[in-house]
Design a protein. Structure first.
Length: 199
């Protein structure tokens, strides 16, 4: 009788230890999967913001730190629709001229093929309980030329707040040890670049 109870207790202990071992192996794997998935969502939004800001800068010679200004520009700004035609004065048919045949709203040009796209959602940081991206802009001197710059920082604590705090702290410390920004970053206030640290 005692040996049967001992066998049952040992079996239970083995099962519990096996589960704990499995859980300890899977924990960092699950954390990495969630991190990768969330990074993808945030990077996708930052790419949309970068594209919109690039258009804004082409028309205004600077970036904007305001989503309201950016959205108003996207809704009301228009870009020419250009058709290339052969130059009628060129008998060799090697030259062409551009002919503006109309204008299209910038928002339509960028988002018309994305039926579920809502422009206002671009400002909202995924997984952050409604927090908005913060766009910082400035002008810097690069070799005697004043250039407009933009930077958006998304620290891990903003979009990983509901995950295990120790895992987030460990990830942040690893990034700092490697002199990397602990989160996702696009652009720079010291360099004329809109590159992201995911690229």
């Amino acid at each position: 009788m005692k040996s049967n109870v001992l066998k049952i207790v040992l079996a239970v202990v083995v099962i519990v230890l096996g589960y704990l071992l499995y859980a300890s192996i899977m924990r960092p794997i699950r954390f990495q999967e969630k991190l990768n998935s969330r990074n993808e969502h945030i990077v996708s939004k930052l790419k949309d913001i970068r594209t919109a800001q690039t258009f804004f800068k082409q028309f205004n010679n600077h970036y904007t730190s305001s989503f309201d200004s950016l959205f108003e520009f996207l809704r009301n700004g228009k870009i020419p629709v250009v058709k290339m035609v052969a130059d009628p004065t060129d008998t060799t048919f090697t030259r062409s001229i551009s002919d503006t045949i109309g204008f299209i709203a910038i928002a339509d040009s960028l988002y018309s093929k994305r039926p579920d796209f809502k422009m206002e959602d671009m400002a909202i940081m995924p997984f952050s309980e409604g927090r908005k991206f913060e766009m910082k802009t400035d002008k810097i001197d690069k070799g005697g030329v004043i250039v407009s710059v933009i930077e958006i920082l998304v620290p891990y604590e903003y979009y990983l707040h509901d995950l295990d705090k120790q895992d987030v702290i460990n990830l942040t410390e690893r990034q700092k040890t490697m002199n990397r920004y602990p989160g996702i970053k696009m652009g720079s206030l010291t360099e004329a670049s809109t590159d992201g640290n995911w690229e």
